[in-house]
Ligand binder design. Structure first.
Ligand code: EPU
Length: 336
């Protein structure tokens, strides 16, 4: 079923809670709804908005916002060891994680409480605590806006990388994701290698699925602002990836600087939050916007801010990090 609205206030449809509107908004449940919509109108501009958790509107949107609202989760296949689960694009990410943990299925628990929707998850390959959505995705189903065909793209063809996929490149503006299939394990597969997860899980009594989910939820609640209370889009910047020589030089000057292995030979990932923090910007405020006081990677709307104000703050943060460390940090959030 599809519903069409005009002149839509987007304030509660973006997690930054900036007050912008859209000329038209179409809620769709299935690929067939989209085919019907695109067959009757060819909008000059369209954008897919799931939960609006990774977007910053800097102006009113003079096109069509497409919002998935199919919320089905079903089992499509199983073996002795695993289950293949299909979730429609409109399912809230954490609803899927809770569903899988509730059924004793391993693979998504480290991604608990990420504010996202199933359809948005593959686009930037959401990730946290040593896991990424792409680790469990089997295939992504989308409607091609080019020829209105329904395509099933397997995980390899999705080219998942750190906060990256084909949907940010060749398929940008050409694909509307309608469903995603995940392969989840029936066998125990705890992934406790990241930071303080293992201690938190031990304190709860050991590595059960439920304990891992609870540990991740409490770490996130401690560090990250609740979007319902303070507008934000999670990490505003990506962690920068530099070559090993640059990382070594920085490490000799700043021995406590965290570094992580990155994909690609001789590449090292730095923690943008640490770099911003070391510039003295954690908790920095400028009018109606600021840098979160518990995680410097998160920019926040302190109330009534515009997208332009957030961008201005992002420029300041970026410049300060570059001046101090010579490292460029790029935005993770989509600016519209
Ligand atoms: N750090 C600081 N100060 C800060 C923030 C971080 O010193 O203000 C240090 C931490 O102490 C740690 C390192 O930087 O040594 C990394 O911090 P953290 O573990 O909090 O993770 P992150 O690299 O800042 C990434 C993801 C998060 C995800 C966490 C946990 C990106 C852009 N962000 O953040 O994802 O939850 O790892 O896995 O990769 C998101 O994408 O919205 C998001 C929240």
């Amino acid at each position: 079923m599809k519903r069409i609205f005009h002149n839509v206030d987007l304030t509660d449809r973006n997690s930054f809670h900036v007050n912008q509107s859209a000329e038209t908004l179409v809620e769709f449940s299935s690929a067939e709804d989209l085919i019907e919509f695109f067959s009757h109108s060819r909008p000059k501009k369209w954008y897919v908005l799931g939960g609006g958790n990774n977007v910053l509107f800097t102006r009113d949107y003079d096109g069509v916002i497409l919002t998935p609202c199919g919320r089905g989760i079903s089992v499509v296949d199983q073996t002795a060891d695993s289950l293949t689960v299909r979730a429609e694009a409109g399912v809230e990410w954490d609803e899927l994680v809770a569903w899988s943990v509730g059924r004793g299925l391993w693979g998504l628990e480290n991604l608990s409480l990420i504010p996202s929707s199933v359809g948005a998850a593959p686009v930037q390959n959401i990730g946290a605590y040593g896991a990424e959505a792409g680790d469990t995705i089997v295939c992504v189903e989308y409607l091609s806006a080019d020829d209105l065909s329904i395509v099933r793209l397997d995980a390899e063809a999705c080219r998942f990388g750190y906060r990256d996929s084909i949907f940010k490149h060749e398929l940008k503006g050409r694909a509307v994701i309608t469903a995603v299939e995940f392969c989840l394990s029936k066998r125990e597969r705890p992934n406790l290698g990241y930071g303080d997860v293992v201690n938190e899980v031990e304190a709860l009594g050991g590595a059960t699925l439920g304990n891992i989910r609870e540990a991740i939820c409490s770490i996130r609640r401690r560090k990250l602002p609740d979007t319902a209370v303070m507008g934000n889009a999670g990490s505003f910047f990506k962690n920068p990836v530099v070559d090993a020589a640059r990382a070594d030089a920085l490490r000799s000057e700043y021995p406590d600087m965290p570094t992580y292995p990155a994909a690609g030979e001789g590449r090292v990932k730095l923690a943008a939050g640490w770099l911003i923090d070391r510039c003295g910007l954690k908790g920095y405020r400028d009018g109606r916007v600021g840098v979160h006081d518990r995680q410097a990677l998160v920019l926040v709307n302190l109330g009534g801010a515009t997208g332009a104000e957030v961008i201005e703050l992002a420029r300041t943060v970026r410049r300060r990090v570059f001046d101090k460390f010579g490292v460029e940090i790029d935005m993770e959030v989509n600016v519209i």
